[in-house]
Structure formats: C-alpha cells, structure tokens
Design a protein around this ligand. Structure first.
Ligand SMILES: Nc1ncnc2c1ncn2[C@@H]1O[C@H](COP(=O)(O)OP(=O)(O)O)[C@@H](O)[C@H]1O
Ligand SMILES: [Mg+2]
Length: 235
C-alpha cells in the first residue's frame, strides 16, 4: 500500500523569463504510485515536470523529494537523487546505436535494471543493440527513452506523453511496461492526454488548467467523473 510522500509539491510557481506559467500548484506522489497529469494543451503539465527537474527559468514554492527540498538545487544534483525524466521529444540520438543510447545517461543510484531485464520489459529492443537510433520506429524510440532511464537506478520516473503519436498496439505495449514498472516498485508521474490510457494504469489523476491544479480524481472514481473530465479536457 503506497503511503509515504515521495514527491511533494506545495505552492509551486514557475516562470519562463517574464512569463508566469505555474500559479501555485500543489500535488503529491506517494511511494509506489502512478499519478497522471491531465489537461489541455498549454495547461502547464510539461512545465510541472520541468520545474521538478530544475529546467525552467525560475521556480518558487516547494518541491520535496523524500523530504529534500529541490528548489535552489542544481539540475545535475536533482538527477542524482534518483529522478529520471523522459521528455516528450524523447531525445534519442539518431547517430548513436541503441546500446550507445542506452548507456548514455549516467548511473545515479545502485539497483538500476540490467540490459537483460530491460530486454524482458521491452522485447522490441532485444537484439537491436547495434541498430542506429534513426532506424527505430516512434514506438521503439519511446521504449528506448524509457529504458535508458531504468538503467540509471532512478526510482521516480517522470514521463511526458509516452503514448503521443503512437499506434494502439504500441500504446498497449507501453501500458504493459508501465504496469510492470509499478509492480517493480517504481513511482511514476506521467503527463497523459489520453485519459482512457491513463485509466488503465494510474492510481490518481490531477487535472491542470491554465497553470493551476483544479482537481484530483482517484482512478476508482474516474467513471463517475467522466462528464467533468470531458469538460476539463474539451474532448
Ligand atoms: N520555453 C518556454 N518559454 C515561454 N513560454 C513557454 C515555454 N514553454 C512553455 N511555455 C508556455 O507555458 C504554458 C504551459 O506550457 P506547457 O507546460 O508546455 O503545457 P502542456 O504541457 O500542459 O501542454 C503555455 O502557455 C506555453 O506556451
Ligand atoms: Mg506538454
């Protein structure tokens, strides 16, 4: 049963230059939970993940990881605390092979997954070690972007729209992998536009609008909140 707060965000404001994007948001992710951020384009979901990693212009408020304050901490130190960030653009190096991409991010903590475990999780990557990054499909690139974070020992994973632009059969594979990670004890904060997908994975959902968190819906209350969610998401 998840309980202790792994990540606790209180009154977080974030800015890009003069642009004030997050207006005092609060949320928490407990140890072992999968939590999603839902909301329309431009609501501030990506900025929330970037603010945790320290890659926005300026942040105020509080972001605590297992009690340690991240605001004011340098970006490279945040990663070393065991947070792995998989950005929306995935960041696969096209000139490098699959194995070179896999071993690029530095190991930050003991206990990272081995290549064999990664191949079990993502069979599509097995035997593809020398394939060049550009020769992978979008889905395989997404798997590689997640896989290389799992090697580093990070145990809090921030995923930005892992299913975006992918075919249903690939989305299903990503879903299976995320559920397997949850069973292994990973804690996951995931931006997701597709709440039907999110519902198959997450424990709770936060809804964002214009830089605010406007609602929190436990997954087992999702069905009775479908109408409200449609209104929030404009779908
Ligand atoms: N690098 C940036 N510089 C200035 N404004 C930005 C930048 N990135 C995002 N924004 C603005 O911040 C707001 C939130 O964006 P974002 O967090 O990317 O939303 P979401 O991920 O929910 O679609 C939007 O209005 C967007 O235009
Ligand atoms: Mg985004």
């Amino acid at each position: 049963m998840p309980d202790a707060a792994m990540l606790e965000i209180v009154d977080l404001h974030a800015f890009y230059g003069e642009s004030h994007v997050l207006h005092g948001i609060g949320l928490e992710v407990r140890q072992g939970e999968v939590v999603t951020l839902l909301g329309r384009n431009g609501a501030g979901k990506t900025t929330t993940l970037r603010a945790v990693m320290g890659i926005v212009g300026k942040r105020t408020g509080s972001i605590r990881l297992r009690g340690t304050e991240l605001i004011g901490m340098a970006q490279h130190r945040v990663a070393r605390l065991g947070i792995g960030y998989v950005p929306e653009e995935r960041g696969i190096f096209s000139s490098l092979s699959v194995d070179e991409n896999l071993t690029l991010p530095p190991v930050v903590k003991p206990g990272g997954m081995t290549l064999a475990q990664i191949h079990e999780l993502f069979p599509n990557l097995a035997g593809r070690g020398s394939t060049q990054g550009t020769r992978l499909s979008g889905g395989e690139q997404q798997m590689l972007a997640v896989a290389r974070i799992l090697r580093t020992g990070a145990d809090l994973i921030l995923l930005d729209e892992p299913t975006e632009g992918l075919a249903p059969v690939i989305i299903e594979q990503i879903g299976r992998a995320v559920r397997a990670l949850k069973r292994r004890g990973f804690t996951i904060l995931m931006v997701e536009q597709n709440f039907r997908f999110a519902a198959t994975i997450a424990d709770r959902h936060y809804v964002m609008e214009e830089g605010h968190v406007v609602d929190m819906i436990p997954n087992d209350r999702l069905a009775e909140n479908t109408g409200k969610l449609h209104a929030y998401l404009g779908v």
